[in-house]
Ligand binder design. Sequence first.
Ligand code: MLT
Length: 389
Amino acid sequence: MQINENFLNLEQSYLFSTIAKKVNEFSANHQDAKIIKLGIGDVTLPLTKSVINAMTEAVLEMGNENTFRGYGPEQGYEFLKIAIKDYYSNKSVNLVADEIFVNDGAKSDLGNILDLFGPGTSLIPNPVYPAYLDTNIMAGRKINFLDGNESNNFLPMPEDGDGGDLIYLCSPNNPTGATYNRDQLKVWVDYATKNNSIILFDSAYECFVRDANLPTSIYEIEGAKSCAIEFCSFSKTAGFTGTRCGYTVVPHELLVNNIGLNKFWLRRQTTKFNGVPYIVQKAATAIFSKEGQEEVKANIDYYLENAQIIRKGFSELGFWLVGGDNSPYIWLKCGMDSWAFFDKLLNEAYVVGTPGVGFGTNGEGYFRISAFANRANVLEAISRIKAIF
Ligand code: MLT
């Protein structure tokens, strides 16, 4: 029996599992401590009214013999794909419905997509959302890192030398909250085109972009349809972290050796995936109604205001930081080892954040604070943090 020994090259546990374990241990030993969690980017506002109404209606349909549904199309119901397609038209991006594949959130497909590619090299930012790195390690791919640092404001650009046939980009970025502008993304698209690389673009935080000049999809950039796959999710947009729904866009123009990857992805999905529940897809479709969009905007505004409070608090304490303007994450220079900063915040302020080094070696000395929390907790966390510095 041969096992996939690439797993031996992974960290012993996934970053957010390690943090959850540490926090649980702390909480067991400090039962009176009111811990405030600004670590994993998990939403706190409940599903909105339109979403709940659509979901309830769908539940009732499922309980009625005449409207009950069994297996749905693996790639998603047409009604949701059309809603997503229309959403893209508002960004002046024209997609056809069968370029959109509904999934159970961006994380799964960001890993699953590797099924389409043979051995090769991936170009991965450092720091980075750990799922990109871990899935590439599991697949045994060679990895080149792209340096994100203070001098490039954590927005690395292509450099001569080591590249990769797959390039991972996330904007607005997890973990740093930094956001690429159009010119920067154009440089990436041109680079990928020239080098026959494919950009895997994670736009899970697109709805946090408030600056109208910033792109919210890689397809806003000319040439991107023939070199990029986009992954998005309703987790952060509409509070679907526990409900699970998102989508992957594989354009028909995307060819490798004259073979369309859209067809390969359809083949992969119909074989390995049975689709997202009807109830969930109905709920997700409601996000795109007029009321749904207004509700989502109000929720995102709330988190962005939290982000401003966090930014202000840490700026007043003199920390260098980035993010939080068009993103729910604030990335700060913590002035010490990032796990030491994690321990200090947890032990002295009962506040949980995420150590930068958990996102890669370039994250050492940095720390991520998430704005997904209720307002009172954010204010309380900042005031406790101010008291310990
Ligand atoms: C994060 O905190 O980085 C995210 O919540 C993780 C995720 O989206 O899977």
